[in-house]
Design a protein around this ligand. Sequence first.
Ligand SMILES: Cc1ncc(COP(=O)(O)OP(=O)(O)O)c(N)n1
Ligand SMILES: Cc1nc(C(=O)O)sc1CCOP(=O)(O)O
Length: 491
Amino acid sequence: MLRRSIDYSLYLVTGRDLLPNGKDYLESLEESLQGGVSLVQIREKTTDTGEFLKIAQQSKAICRKYNVPILINDRLDIALAIGADGVHLGQTDMPIAVARSMLPPNSIIGMTCNTVEHVRKAVQDGADYVGVGPVWTTQTKKVTSPIVGVRGMGEMLKALDGTNVKAVAIAGIKFTNVLHCLHGCVSTTGRSLDGVAVVSDIVASPDPRLAAQRLAAIVQAFKSNPSHNFSLGPTASYTPESVKASVGVLLPLIRHFSPLVHQITNNVVTNQSANATLALGLNANINRKPIVFDPVGVGATKYRQSSANYLLNTWQATVIKGNAAELGALANSLEVQAKGVDSVGKGFADPASFVRNLAKKERCVVVLTGMTDWVSDGTTVVKLSNGHPLLGEITGSGCMVGSSIAIFCAAASVAEAAKRAPDAPEDARLVRGDMFAAAIAGVLAVTIASEFAAVRADVKGSGTFLPALIDELGGLTPDKMVSAARVEVIH
Ligand SMILES: Cc1ncc(COP(=O)(O)OP(=O)(O)O)c(N)n1
Ligand SMILES: Cc1nc(C(=O)O)sc1CCOP(=O)(O)O
């Protein structure tokens, strides 16, 4: 039998103990519905049955006014008593089949899932939706299962492929991170969330209407185009000519906008990275938009590995840049070995597939550096064949590439922001501008400058190469970059 269609976009789970002082529960619920809450779950963990029943009845009357379905957390008896639209069950609650046999036909049953196995079981048992998480930590409840993290959600969502079971993420979701959550929680097969479940960001707000409105606007915008990434999107078809043209456009933007770039770098290369940044035309400072992550020597120690994972779960990287050993370690691949922070051996047998898969998994642009550089947005792969062996003989050339990528990303993002009308509708893009082209331009700036530097008469070896490289970075022009760039596009 067909179940009614539910809009899971903004799923409010109630929490009366979080209401601001003096705020009435029913008034808060009604305001949140006016703000765009599309589904409500009444969650009362310590309330007596009689009071729970009364609250559920009153809540149902308000939800009906806005034509929004109401579910009950854990308690089938309350759901049956008030004629709710369904229940939300936890892993230790009543099995779905038993609940289904007791509830009216077409009732909605949701199940909490903390692992891929939970999701598979919930699908098998006939859940209508899964509440997947915890995405982040939360103050609202003592969560006993490990944090799944945004990067762990893809595998859980993938387990829903081929089913009609819906998914909402839960725990720690707020206006400030909801877009990160939606962007990051997409499987490699393209399955994204149907919505987000939120308690405190709405309930604890003195203005729940506004709290719901701003969450709903982002969720709706994301759902209207869930597949976009940091490039021009899956429909954009890149060619060597279009890539080179973008690179040519981006370089003057750096000098025009001189965006601020906040660099957190290691002590060995601080000076050099700052010099490269300045040569390209920037003041190193704070810019809060694109994030370029260079996981230096990530495979070398457990501490580096756990720090990288922590950072990647805390914010969404726009670009991850590394050598074969670093990216191999991030991807848990044993194909390439490291020696200190350097990569040894021949590299990946199929670098194009490697970068494409990692970019898809991490939901960002991936840059694999080496003799040949490979860049992917998860769909398209670009192979870049510029560079000079002297680059490998100076320390920190990889960090310089990271800085250069950051500069181009900042310029592309600031230029896009300048074009945008102040009242333009929310488009749910974590970073605006073509970050794929920017990452490519960042790599090419250094590798092309290295080619110009290496052939200068004043360059006798790595010692004289470094200042010449900085000079050549400062002297780059769009024409020089476009005519020197060796770009192949692999779709
Ligand atoms: C949408 C959604 N997802 C998960 C939960 C957690 O439910 P449960 O595991 O039953 O834990 P309690 O809510 O009972 O503490 C939820 N309520 N809603
Ligand atoms: C009810 C609930 N269940 C969770 C789980 O991980 O299973 S987290 C949670 C509370 C989420 O509250 P907030 O939006 O305030 O972080």
